[in-house]
Design a protein around this ligand. Sequence first.
Ligand code: CTP
Ligand code: MG
Length: 230
Amino acid sequence: PKFWAVIPAAGVGSRMQADRPKQYLPLDGRTVIEQTLDIFLRHPRIAGVVVAVSHDDAYFPSLCPVTDKPLQVVDGGAERCHSVLNALRGLEALAHPEDWVLVHDAARPCLSDDDLERLIETLRDDPVGGILATPVRDTKKRATPDGYIAATVDRADLWRAFTPQMFRLATLASALEKALEDGFMVTDEASALEHAGHAPRLVEGSAENIKITRPEDLRLAEFYLAERRR
Ligand code: CTP
Ligand code: MG
Protein backbone atom coordinates (compact mmCIF):
# COMPACT_ATOMS: atom_id res chain seq x y z
CA PRO A 1 0.00 0.00 0.00
CA LYS A 2 0.99 3.58 -0.64
CA PHE A 3 0.98 6.57 1.74
CA TRP A 4 -0.93 9.73 0.80
CA ALA A 5 -1.29 13.07 2.57
CA VAL A 6 -4.52 15.03 2.98
CA ILE A 7 -4.12 18.65 4.11
CA PRO A 8 -7.27 20.44 5.30
CA ALA A 9 -6.61 24.15 4.61
CA ALA A 10 -10.10 25.60 4.23
CA GLY A 11 -10.44 27.29 7.63
CA VAL A 12 -10.78 31.04 8.16
CA GLY A 13 -8.51 31.25 11.20
CA SER A 14 -10.89 33.31 13.32
CA ARG A 15 -8.85 32.93 16.53
CA MET A 16 -5.75 34.28 14.77
CA GLN A 17 -7.51 37.59 14.04
CA ALA A 18 -5.24 38.32 11.07
CA ASP A 19 -6.08 39.96 7.72
CA ARG A 20 -6.13 36.55 6.00
CA PRO A 21 -6.54 32.88 6.92
CA LYS A 22 -3.58 31.87 9.11
CA GLN A 23 -2.29 29.25 6.64
CA TYR A 24 -1.35 32.13 4.32
CA LEU A 25 0.58 34.18 6.89
CA PRO A 26 4.37 34.41 6.44
CA LEU A 27 6.51 31.98 8.45
CA ASP A 28 10.29 31.68 8.17
CA GLY A 29 10.47 32.96 4.59
CA ARG A 30 7.39 31.26 3.16
CA THR A 31 3.73 30.94 4.03
CA VAL A 32 2.57 28.53 6.73
CA ILE A 33 0.89 26.23 4.20
CA GLU A 34 3.99 26.13 1.98
CA GLN A 35 6.04 25.00 4.98
CA THR A 36 3.47 22.29 5.72
CA LEU A 37 3.09 21.10 2.12
CA ASP A 38 6.84 20.93 1.65
CA ILE A 39 7.21 18.38 4.49
CA PHE A 40 5.01 15.92 2.57
CA LEU A 41 6.11 16.80 -0.96
CA ARG A 42 9.77 16.24 0.03
CA HIS A 43 9.23 13.05 2.03
CA PRO A 44 10.17 9.96 -0.05
CA ARG A 45 7.39 7.81 1.46
CA ILE A 46 4.54 10.12 0.43
CA ALA A 47 3.01 9.27 -2.97
CA GLY A 48 0.97 12.44 -3.39
CA VAL A 49 -1.00 15.16 -1.64
CA VAL A 50 -4.59 16.39 -1.68
CA VAL A 51 -5.23 19.89 -0.30
CA ALA A 52 -8.71 21.17 0.61
CA VAL A 53 -9.05 24.95 0.26
CA SER A 54 -12.06 27.22 0.61
CA HIS A 55 -14.16 27.57 -2.57
CA ASP A 56 -13.55 31.34 -2.51
CA ASP A 57 -9.87 31.06 -1.57
CA ALA A 58 -7.89 33.93 -3.12
CA TYR A 59 -4.42 32.89 -1.92
CA PHE A 60 -3.68 29.29 -2.86
CA PRO A 61 -3.48 29.90 -6.66
CA SER A 62 -0.61 32.38 -6.17
CA LEU A 63 1.57 29.80 -4.40
CA CYS A 64 3.70 27.61 -6.58
CA PRO A 65 4.66 24.44 -4.76
CA VAL A 66 7.46 22.66 -6.61
CA THR A 67 6.85 18.93 -6.89
CA ASP A 68 6.93 15.95 -9.19
CA LYS A 69 4.23 14.23 -7.11
CA PRO A 70 0.48 14.37 -7.75
CA LEU A 71 -0.87 17.46 -5.97
CA GLN A 72 -4.64 17.75 -6.14
CA VAL A 73 -6.68 20.72 -4.89
CA VAL A 74 -10.32 20.26 -3.85
CA ASP A 75 -12.96 22.48 -2.26
CA GLY A 76 -13.18 22.45 1.51
CA GLY A 77 -16.40 22.28 3.49
CA ALA A 78 -18.16 23.97 6.38
CA GLU A 79 -16.29 22.01 9.07
CA ARG A 80 -12.82 20.49 9.04
CA CYS A 81 -14.31 16.99 8.73
CA HIS A 82 -16.19 18.02 5.57
CA SER A 83 -12.96 19.36 4.10
CA VAL A 84 -11.26 16.05 4.89
CA LEU A 85 -14.11 14.04 3.37
CA ASN A 86 -13.97 16.09 0.14
CA ALA A 87 -10.23 15.46 -0.04
CA LEU A 88 -10.78 11.71 0.45
CA ARG A 89 -13.30 11.79 -2.42
CA GLY A 90 -10.59 13.37 -4.57
CA LEU A 91 -8.05 10.82 -3.41
CA GLU A 92 -10.30 7.93 -4.42
CA ALA A 93 -9.35 8.67 -8.06
CA LEU A 94 -5.63 8.25 -7.30
CA ALA A 95 -5.42 5.73 -4.50
CA HIS A 96 -6.42 2.18 -3.55
CA PRO A 97 -8.98 1.72 -0.74
CA GLU A 98 -6.33 -0.07 1.34
CA ASP A 99 -3.76 2.71 0.92
CA TRP A 100 -2.84 4.77 3.99
CA VAL A 101 -3.94 8.39 4.32
CA LEU A 102 -2.14 10.82 6.62
CA VAL A 103 -4.45 13.72 7.47
CA HIS A 104 -2.43 16.75 8.61
CA ASP A 105 -3.56 20.29 9.49
CA ALA A 106 -2.23 22.99 7.15
CA ALA A 107 -1.72 24.97 10.36
CA ARG A 108 0.90 22.51 11.74
CA PRO A 109 4.09 23.52 9.91
CA CYS A 110 6.55 22.25 12.54
CA LEU A 111 6.03 18.52 11.98
CA SER A 112 9.51 16.98 11.81
CA ASP A 113 10.69 14.45 9.23
CA ASP A 114 11.58 12.14 12.13
CA ASP A 115 8.05 12.20 13.58
CA LEU A 116 6.51 11.62 10.16
CA GLU A 117 8.85 8.70 9.52
CA ARG A 118 8.20 7.17 12.96
CA LEU A 119 4.42 7.47 12.58
CA ILE A 120 4.55 5.60 9.26
CA GLU A 121 7.00 2.95 10.51
CA THR A 122 5.05 2.33 13.73
CA LEU A 123 1.66 1.99 12.05
CA ARG A 124 2.34 0.44 8.65
CA ASP A 125 1.49 -3.08 9.90
CA ASP A 126 -1.22 -1.94 12.31
CA PRO A 127 -4.77 -3.15 11.63
CA VAL A 128 -6.29 0.29 12.29
CA GLY A 129 -3.77 3.12 12.37
CA GLY A 130 -3.29 5.98 14.79
CA ILE A 131 -2.09 9.47 15.49
CA LEU A 132 0.89 11.51 16.64
CA ALA A 133 0.34 12.68 20.19
CA THR A 134 2.21 13.75 23.28
CA PRO A 135 1.54 13.08 26.98
CA VAL A 136 -0.03 15.92 29.00
CA ARG A 137 2.59 17.61 31.17
CA ASP A 138 0.66 20.20 33.18
CA THR A 139 -1.60 19.38 36.13
CA LYS A 140 -5.20 19.35 34.89
CA LYS A 141 -8.13 20.98 36.72
CA ARG A 142 -11.84 20.50 36.15
CA ALA A 143 -13.62 23.87 36.53
CA THR A 144 -16.98 24.84 37.97
CA PRO A 145 -19.10 27.17 35.76
CA ASP A 146 -18.12 30.14 37.96
CA GLY A 147 -14.40 29.53 37.66
CA TYR A 148 -13.44 27.55 40.75
CA ILE A 149 -11.57 24.26 40.85
CA ALA A 150 -14.01 21.35 41.06
CA ALA A 151 -11.36 18.65 40.92
CA THR A 152 -7.81 17.77 39.95
CA VAL A 153 -7.91 15.38 37.00
CA ASP A 154 -5.46 12.49 36.89
CA ARG A 155 -3.27 13.23 33.89
CA ALA A 156 -1.46 9.86 33.86
CA ASP A 157 -3.56 8.58 30.96
CA LEU A 158 -4.16 11.91 29.18
CA TRP A 159 -2.56 12.72 25.83
CA ARG A 160 -2.70 15.73 23.49
CA ALA A 161 -3.86 14.67 20.02
CA PHE A 162 -1.79 16.00 17.11
CA THR A 163 -1.70 15.29 13.41
CA PRO A 164 -0.85 13.51 11.13
CA GLN A 165 -3.60 10.98 11.81
CA MET A 166 -2.99 7.88 9.71
CA PHE A 167 -5.73 5.47 8.62
CA ARG A 168 -6.66 3.36 5.58
CA LEU A 169 -8.54 5.36 2.94
CA ALA A 170 -11.73 3.23 2.92
CA THR A 171 -11.86 2.83 6.72
CA LEU A 172 -11.40 6.55 7.28
CA ALA A 173 -13.96 7.62 4.67
CA SER A 174 -16.63 5.28 6.02
CA ALA A 175 -15.93 6.23 9.65
CA LEU A 176 -16.28 9.95 8.82
CA GLU A 177 -19.51 9.32 6.89
CA LYS A 178 -20.98 7.28 9.71
CA ALA A 179 -20.04 9.91 12.30
CA LEU A 180 -21.74 12.66 10.25
CA GLU A 181 -24.83 10.50 9.68
CA ASP A 182 -25.07 9.79 13.41
CA GLY A 183 -24.67 13.48 14.27
CA PHE A 184 -21.49 12.60 16.19
CA MET A 185 -19.22 15.57 16.90
CA VAL A 186 -16.01 14.87 14.95
CA THR A 187 -13.08 16.72 16.50
CA ASP A 188 -10.36 14.76 14.72
CA GLU A 189 -10.17 11.71 12.44
CA ALA A 190 -9.39 9.40 15.38
CA SER A 191 -12.66 10.42 17.09
CA ALA A 192 -14.61 9.18 14.05
CA LEU A 193 -12.69 5.87 14.11
CA GLU A 194 -13.39 5.54 17.84
CA HIS A 195 -17.09 6.19 17.21
CA ALA A 196 -17.00 3.35 14.66
CA GLY A 197 -15.61 1.00 17.33
CA HIS A 198 -11.90 1.07 16.48
CA ALA A 199 -9.04 1.76 18.89
CA PRO A 200 -6.45 3.95 17.15
CA ARG A 201 -2.89 3.85 18.45
CA LEU A 202 -1.05 6.77 20.11
CA VAL A 203 2.41 7.35 18.64
CA GLU A 204 4.47 9.70 20.78
CA GLY A 205 5.81 12.71 18.88
CA SER A 206 7.51 16.00 19.61
CA ALA A 207 5.60 18.73 21.46
CA GLU A 208 7.03 21.14 18.85
CA ASN A 209 4.36 19.90 16.39
CA ILE A 210 2.06 22.75 17.47
CA LYS A 211 -1.06 23.92 15.68
CA ILE A 212 -0.95 27.60 14.88
CA THR A 213 -4.14 28.90 16.47
CA ARG A 214 -3.27 32.25 18.07
CA PRO A 215 -0.61 34.89 17.34
CA GLU A 216 1.79 33.56 20.02
CA ASP A 217 1.80 30.17 18.26
CA LEU A 218 3.14 31.80 15.11
CA ARG A 219 6.02 33.33 17.06
CA LEU A 220 6.85 29.93 18.57
CA ALA A 221 6.71 28.22 15.15
CA GLU A 222 9.03 30.89 13.73
CA PHE A 223 11.50 30.08 16.50
CA TYR A 224 11.36 26.28 15.96
CA LEU A 225 11.83 26.52 12.18
CA ALA A 226 14.65 29.08 12.38
CA GLU A 227 16.39 26.91 14.99
CA ARG A 228 16.21 23.84 12.73
CA ARG A 229 17.81 25.75 9.85
CA ARG A 230 20.86 26.48 11.98
N1 CTP B 1 -10.02 23.51 8.26
C1 CTP B 1 -10.59 23.10 7.06
N2 CTP B 1 -11.92 23.30 6.82
C2 CTP B 1 -12.69 23.89 7.74
C3 CTP B 1 -12.14 24.30 8.98
C4 CTP B 1 -10.79 24.09 9.22
O1 CTP B 1 -9.88 22.56 6.20
N3 CTP B 1 -13.98 24.09 7.46
C5 CTP B 1 -8.57 23.33 8.49
C6 CTP B 1 -7.83 24.61 8.83
O2 CTP B 1 -7.50 25.33 7.64
C7 CTP B 1 -6.63 24.12 9.61
C8 CTP B 1 -7.13 22.80 10.23
O3 CTP B 1 -8.35 22.47 9.59
O4 CTP B 1 -5.53 23.83 8.78
C9 CTP B 1 -7.29 22.94 11.74
O5 CTP B 1 -8.39 23.79 12.05
P1 CTP B 1 -8.30 25.11 12.96
O6 CTP B 1 -6.99 25.19 13.64
O7 CTP B 1 -9.54 25.17 13.77
O8 CTP B 1 -8.30 26.27 11.82
P2 CTP B 1 -9.42 27.36 11.55
O9 CTP B 1 -10.76 26.73 11.61
O10 CTP B 1 -9.01 28.05 10.31
O11 CTP B 1 -9.21 28.37 12.77
P3 CTP B 1 -10.36 28.91 13.79
O12 CTP B 1 -11.02 27.70 14.39
O13 CTP B 1 -9.62 29.75 14.78
O14 CTP B 1 -11.31 29.72 12.95
MG1 MG C 1 -11.51 25.82 13.44
